[in-house]
Design a protein around this ligand. Structure first.
Ligand SMILES: C[S@@+](CC[C@H](N)C(=O)[O-])C[C@H]1O[C@@H](n2cnc3c(N)ncnc32)[C@H](O)[C@@H]1O
Length: 260
């Protein structure tokens, strides 16, 4: 990664959003969420088993987050949980929920919010939560940007973006979740000292993350040596997507939010 970070050391925020500067970079004119109101992924897959369908009808309503009456920045995340959590974490695009369920089980004092519009993924998470009898997860089964808009300033301690869809083609770059606009959201909702984690196995997305993060003065990359980004931390469980390793070994980014 050092070659990547050196190369991008002097990248400006405007350049990070410019296709001419970053190879395979972006077509976003100003780095903001162009098309932010659209979700480009799948919402439904194969028919669910009866067990999973049952959980969608019983467990999901009990732990689902309803934003229909929530004004921007007014969601009280602590109030979503039966017991006041000591810390609140958000996972964006949890897939089938391996990482989210693991974190919830390992950290019973944390309250975890998971966002995933893919219903078969949600059903996968529910199966795990049901097996583990987990109480500290709340689910928003739609676009994570709705939750980001609903959260007040400095309300989260961690944000996880684990193997986001890479959208490797330049013409699709505006669909990548990691954008300057969404990083502005992360910056607003994270507390100072809060953590942002992002993992990817895709070389284009890896470079994208490095470039997008290099222009931020509100996030500090914690890596000191290559093993810090090539090795999965003990508290970072493997996901189904990562196990497939379609594009090669993953890179693990850890950033700390700091005040500007
Ligand atoms: C490549 S999959 C990775 C899933 C999981 N994190 C893993 O590692 O196995 C990316 C996931 O992000 C979800 N996703 C994409 N855009 C999203 C959005 N705007 N809000 C929430 N989830 C999103 C997709 O539905 C998909 O399940």
């Amino acid at each position: 990664m050092s070659d990547t970070s050196d190369n991008h050391h002097n990248t400006t925020r405007a350049e990070a959003a410019s296709p001419s500067k970053a190879s395979e970079a972006t077509v976003i004119p100003d780095g903001r969420d162009v098309g932010a109101d659209r979700f480009y992924g799948r919402r439904k897959g194969n028919r669910l088993s009866d067990h999973k369908q049952g959980l969608m009808e019983t467990l999901l309503p009990a732990i689902s987050i309803d934003l229909s009456q929530t004004k921007p920045k007014s969601l009280d995340p602590s109030g979503l949980f039966p017991q006041q959590p000591q810390t609140i974490w958000l996972e964006i695009g949890f897939g089938k929920g391996e990482h989210l369920a693991w974190q919830a089980k390992a950290n019973p004092n944390a309250g975890l919010i998971g966002c995933e519009p893919y219903m078969n993924g949600v059903a996968g998470l529910l199966t795990q939560l049901d097996e583990d009898k987990t109480q500290n997860v709340r689910v928003y089964s739609d676009d994570a940007r709705h939750i980001l808009n609903a959260l007040p300033d400095a309300s989260l301690d961690k944000v996880f973006l684990i193997h986001p869809d890479p959208w490797p083609k330049v013409r699709h770059a505006k669909r990548r979740f990691l954008s300057q606009g969404n990083l502005d959201h992360f910056s607003r909702v994270l507390k100072d000292g809060g953590e942002f984690r992002c993992g990817t196995d895709h070389p284009i997305y890896r470079e994208w993350v490095a470039i997008q993060m290099s222009v931020r003065d509100d996030f500090v990359w914690t890596a000191e040596r290559p093993s810090d980004w090539t090795n999965r931390a003990p508290d970072w469980p493997e996901t189904r997507y990562e196990r497939k390793s379609l594009e090669g070994p993953a890179t693990y980014f850890h950033y700390i939010k700091q005040s500007r």
